[in-house]
Design a protein around this ligand. Structure first.
Ligand code: CDP
Length: 806
């Protein structure tokens, strides 16, 4: 070795592999305005489609007259349910086993429901056409309050289901009932409550909100009549699933459908499902023979495609007087809107709500979920969450605070007393999950020390006394939240979408000169996959991350994958990437042995190549091996260096975290100030600490928005309140607090690189931290629970109700 020979550290650094704060490679095009989004797709002769929408929440359609609209200059076609019936597409299947109207068929069931699709030469002509479509409605009584959905005299919403006593998930109890899902041992749980020293019961609502990504849902469909091929560019979080769904419902052979998801401007669950816009654009291109573009506007996005949450959770905890939990009983009333279009794995009608025992060692638990129809938009998507985990975490984290209050215990102390202990992992929860790994006490204690939890509680006690003496009008809250997520859907034994197991995939192909391409079944919407996937490969096969191109989102080139949502990309596709890389390394080892004229077993891996054990100068780098793979492979071996891996995970991964929020609230105005927010996350092995921090910042900002103001509300007649950014809270840099981040590392024992997902953790853990801070602030005034969102007005209202302001 001479002085110029790079050291091991230098060779490692050159790879920019796992653990490196590698800068996001995709940002070069994004920051220069060179991203390629669906709306950038402009094809010759392209038409534009847009919807006539219902002003009513519930009404019968007496007639639709399209004659005048068809005379508007530029309008070429107007699709209605009658048109779609000719191709058997007036209704479409939902991911939850229900069916959904594509265009209103006989009646409308929510405000802004799609009634007709106008196709024109440009958006303006389409809009004029929309104005000229004449629809005669007969208003019907709307059903808005989910608590009255199963009343004997509640109006029947879904006439298509009249008389059907069986739904996709078992018996239906009422004409507006969708399913009842129960998990756990009811008898043993009831017994625990009978014997308990202390119990709490509270109705905890997680209000209806919306993922509202910057880019709305959109697509361009182009049908080639000669080849009989349909190409769809769309904002799809799961492009392969879309291709399969289109093949099933259109009967176009799947190999003649090309789905391309170009750059996506945020998804957060909004872009998982199939929407009427996609179907109408596809039918319109077939009817007109021209490409058709559909682009949602902001109000359409907020009011029609995929709401999130709307869970009303009656939460009961049983405990001993010393504060040891002995049972958990939860009943959820789930408002699904007009159609059950939840985007959950098929067998899970309430997603992973059965993670509701959280981070605590509950000996018994029981969960029951009743889904009901109302005159609201369909959806129920996992808004930056793994299928109802956010609802579950909110439920248990509020519940634990309420229990602490009743016991007169500190909420952090109550948590420490009930955490699953490190030595209990793998841990079997009372509701059926096997938690892979965790060290909750270490994480919690680290967080408490960093923020000086004891000091904050002392300060709070002093401030409360000062408030009582009338010396201040501000109250102080310390919000504690300790969450356990369940991400990485998922093992084929319990997760599928429309019968397709939820595996994921990667194909890696290395080129002779030592660079390569990796194609993955996931689809980034801003998470930085192009950066991090290359880092996994760099560490696994010793090729610098800069020399690996990552491609996603084209169903013609990427191996079949189930897409990106529910923080599943790292747990599932991340594992497929590592295993594909290991297959390449195994072949590379055989080639290296041949080149070095030794037995494979005599070689050891050393950062970026193979070395003969005991003979350090005998070394072949991966770059050398790539070249050799194309000209001097061992006799009988196929040339080339590529591999594919489809990964079916053996279990989910269970990231966790300890979050603390310190907040001051002025009782006379309801104005809050978030003084401090500390988030400690444990996502196992960390691929890119800078990207993780970005994910945490983004997720916390969304959690802040949801907890403190963001809501899709309806008035009594079903008018959407919150259908624009004037009413729907999107925090800017002005409102957003400063985030302090921290971490511990507890690798997943079953994941090839030990990584767990992280993208959704901050939303899951953040919402209860904010809400607990508000509730903690008011608790000394006699309040047990104040419903979210905690905007200024609601804070002031709570203060008024508690008699501390006028
Ligand atoms: O499925 P999704 O991409 O939304 O979520 P994720 O798997 O949590 O990954 C989000 C981003 O964080 C990706 O770029 C991951 O590579 C990165 N990440 C990481 O660097 N280390 C982890 N342990 C988990 C995720």
């Amino acid at each position: 070795m001479n002085d110029m020979t790079p050291t091991r550290e230098q060779r490692e650094a050159r790879l920019e592999g796992m653990g490196c704060k590698r800068k996001r490679v995709e940002d070069i095009r994004f920051t220069q305005g060179k991203g390629n989004y669906v709306d950038d797709v402009k094809l010759p002769g392209m038409l534009h489609g847009d919807f006539v929408r219902s002003p009513h929440a519930h009404a019968r359609i007496k007639s639709i007259n399209t004659e005048k609209a068809l005379k508007v200059p530029g309008v070429l076609a107007v699709l209605t349910a009658e048109t779609l019936k000719t191709v058997n597409l007036a209704w479409m299947p939902t991911l939850a086993g229900d069916v959904q109207m594509v265009l209103a068929d006989g009646k409308v069931l929510f405000q802004n429901q799609e009634v007709a699709f106008v196709v024109a030469t440009d958006r303006y002509a389409a809009d004029d056409g929309i104005g000229a479509v004449e629809v005669e409605y007969e208003a019907l009584p709307p059903l808005i309050d989910p608590f009255t959905a199963m009343d004997a005299d509640a109006p029947m919403l879904r006439e298509d289901l009249a008389g059907k006593t069986e739904g996709a998930h078992g018996p239906r109890k009422h004409h507006n009932h969708i399913f009842e899902w129960t998990v756990g041992d009811r008898e043993l749980t009831d017994l625990a409550f009978d014997k308990a020293d202390v119990t709490i019961k509270e109705m905890i609502s997680y209000h209806r909100t919306h993922p509202s990504p910057l880019e709305t849902c959109q697509c361009v469909c182009s049908f080639d009549k000669i080849k009989g091929e349909l190409t769809i560019w769309g904002t799809f979080q799961a492009p392969h699933v879309i291709r399969t769904v289109v093949a099933l419902i259109s009967k176009i052979p799947e190999h003649k459908i090309h789905v391309i998801a170009p750059d996506i401007g945020g998804g957060f669950g909004n872009k998982v499902g199939a929407y009427p816009g996609y179907i109408c654009a596809a039918v319109a291109t077939i009817v007109t023979g021209k490409p058709v573009k559909w682009v949602e506007d902001r109000m359409e996005n907020l009011t029609t495609t995929s709401f999130a949450r709307d869970y009303h959770m009656t939460t009961e905890i049983a405990a001993t007087k010393e504060g040891k939990v002995t049972g958990l009983r939860v009943h959820v009333l789930a408002d699904h809107g007009a159609f059950d279009a939840c985007a959950d794995p098929s067998k899970w009608p309430a997603g992973f709500m059965n993670i509701v025992t959280g981070s605590y060692d509950f000996p018994v638990a029981h969960l029951a979920v009743d889904g009901v129809y109302t005159n609201k938009a369909p959806g129920g998507v996992a808004y930056r969450c793994s299928f109802r985990v956010t609802e579950a975490a909110y439920c248990i984290e509020r519940g634990m605070d309420i229990l602490a209050q009743k016991l007169g215990m500190d909420p952090a102390e109550l948590r420490l007393k009930n955490f699953i202990k490190a030595e209990q992992f793998p841990y079997h929860s009372a509701l059926g999950w096997e938690y892979d790994s965790g060290d909750y006490h270490t994480a919690m204690k680290k967080g408490m020390e960093t923020i000086d939890y004891a000091g904050l509680r002392r300060e709070q006690a002093e401030k409360r006394e000062a408030f009582k003496r009338g010396e201040t009008r501000e109250i102080m809250g310390v919000g504690v939240s300790f969450f356990t997520e369940i991400v990485g859907a998922g093992p084929s034994k319990n997760c599928d979408i429309l019968g397709i197991a939820m595996f994921d995939s990667c194909e890696i192909r290395l080129h002779p000169t030592g660079s390569g391409i990796a194609r993955v079944g996931t689809k980034s919407q801003g998470q930085g996959h192009e950066t991090t996937w290359a880092q996994i490969i760099a560490t696994e096969i010793g090729i610098p991350a800069d020399d690996i191109m990552v491609e996603e989102g084209n169903t013609d080139t990427a191996p079949y994958g189930l897409g990106t949502y529910g923080s599943r990309s790292t747990p599932v596709a991340g594992a497929a990437i590592a295993l594909a890389a290991r297959k390449i390394r195994a072949k590379a080892q055989m080639i290296a042995a041949y080149l070095l004229e030794v037995h494979e077993g005599d070689l050891e891996w050393d950062v970026d190549g193979f070395r003969v054990k005991g003979l350090p100068e005998k070394f072949k780098s991966m770059k050398d091996i790539c070249w050799a793979a194309y000209n001097s492979v061992p006799p009988g071996m196929e040339p080339g260096l590529e591999a594919v891996s489809y990964y079916d995970p053996p279990n989910m991964t269970y990231p966790f975290g300890a979050y603390f929020c310190v907040m001051d609230i002025d009782v006379d105005t309801g104005v809050y100030k978030i003084r401090r927010f500390y988030a400690l996350d444990d996502c196992g092995t960390r691929i890119n600490p800078m990207i993780i921090e970005g994910q945490v910042h983004g997720g916390l900002t969304e959690a802040f928005a949801i907890a403190m103001g963001q809501e899709i509300r309806y008035d009594a007649t079903g008018n959407v309140l919150g259908g624009s950014f004037m009413d729907f809270f999107i925090p800017t840099a002005v409102e957003t607090p400063h985030w302090e981040t921290d971490h511990t590392v507890t690798p997943s024992p079953h994941h090839p690189i030990g990584a767990k997902g992280v993208g959704e953790s901050p939303n899951v853990g953040g919402v209860p931290a904010f809400s607990n801070a508000v509730n903690d602030a008011f608790s000394f005034l006699g309040s047990t629970h104040i419903q979210m969102p905690h905007d200024f007005w609601r804070n002031w209202e709570a203060a008024k109700r508690l008699g501390v302001t006028g």
